[in-house]
Write a protein that binds this ligand. Structure first.
Ligand code: C2E
Ligand code: MG
Ligand code: MG
Ligand code: MG
Length: 287
């Protein structure tokens, strides 16, 4: 697309592109309304440890469009980023995530669970981002230790000292950081050492290829080894089959997320999910 080519706008308009542009502008207008009128929904996808015990979940936003139904973030997050709406959308997600953590505190099955929240570059770059995060946590009386922020390698294109400074401040309060989609972006290993990270997330694409592409396993192995060397945790995303799980466990991966365990679900369904699971696996240790 035009953005990827790097030249602000498309040079030639054909009617297809015009339709696509109109469609995009309409969706963008609708997204603005959606945020104001409460059409966003917080979904969560459980994360389990090496013993397959749930330790947390990732917050994944959905848009319940009045006519189109459930719209996937793959469609509207890029739109939100292009239009700047991502800042308000991100604030909404953070607010809901903290509210959820406060609710979970009241349940023995969920009181130990962490929530992992995706943060876009633009949101992270807000001058008051640190204050905002801390004030939402305080307002909901939630310990910072229960919040993880997921950043992507695209953040590393920004002023690195600023990025590290903000991360360090938040981390000192107890917030943890995960690097999302690791290995799909442009990060250099030098950056990786400089960032105050806690977790690397192996991208869905590497996990999907594990049983098909002979190169996927060495890549996954390298990420796990790298994480070990840097004293980081690893969470594999997109685990769909027992076979993928077995390979990742064999490699020493310590955390898993994927359809094999659970699909992203409305946040209100999490308690029932955990209860149905604890019927077959022992309850987690409190931590
Ligand atoms: P992500 O943060 O890398 O999230 C993981 C994606 O993998 C999610 O897609 C999840 O539904 C999908 N996934 C999980 N397990 C499986 C599996 O077993 N198989 C397959 N095929 N896919 C699996 P989703 O929910 O569509 O979100 C897509 C992306 O949208 C996210 O990727 C993230 O980059 C972005 N996103 C979602 N929610 C937010 C948000 O609240 N804020 C921001 N800034 N971005 C968000
Ligand atoms: Mg993520
Ligand atoms: Mg990811
Ligand atoms: Mg992604």
């Amino acid at each position: 697309d035009a953005k990827r080519r790097g030249d602000g706008c498309p040079s030639v308009f054909d009617s297809g592109m015009e339709v696509a542009l109109e469609e995009r502008l309409r969706l963008e207008r609708e997204l603005r309304v959606a945020i104001d009128e409460g059409q966003l929904r917080l979904y969560v996808q459980p994360q389990v440890d090496a013993e397959e015990v749930v330790f947390g979940a990732e917050a994944l936003v959905r848009w319940e469009h009045p006519r189109r139904g459930l719209v996937s973030p793959g469609v509207f997050i890029p739109l939100a980023e292009q239009s700047g709406l991502i800042v308000r959308l991100g604030e909404w997600v953070l607010e809901m995530a903290c509210r959820t953590l406060a609710e979970w505190s009241g349940h023995p099955e969920l009181g130990h669970c962490r929530l992992s929240v995706n943060v876009s570059v633009q949101q992270f770059q807000q001058p008051d981002f640190v204050d905002q995060v801390l004030s939402v946590l305080t307002r909901h009386d939630v310990s910072p230790h229960r919040l993880t922020l997921e950043l992507t390698e695209s953040l590393l294109m920004e002023e690195l000292d600023d990025v590290i400074g903000k991360m360090a401040l938040l981390r000192r309060m107890g917030i943890r950081f995960a690097l999302d989609d690791f290995g799909t972006g442009y990060s250099s290993l030098a950056y990786l050492k400089a960032l105050p990270l806690d977790t690397l997330k192996i991208d869905v694409a590497f996990v999907r290829d594990l049983t098909q592409d002979p190169l996927a396993q060495p890549i996954a192995r390298t990420i796990v080894t790298l994480a070990e060397q840097l004293a980081l945790k690893v969470v594999a995303e997109g685990v769909e089959t027992q076979e993928q799980l077995a390979i990742l466990q064999e490699l020493g991966c310590g955390g898993f997320q994927g359809f094999l365990f659970a699909r992203p679900q409305p946040v209100g369904d999490m308690l029932a999910w955990v209860r149905s699971r604890s019927a077959v696996v022992p309850l987690p240790r409190q931590c």
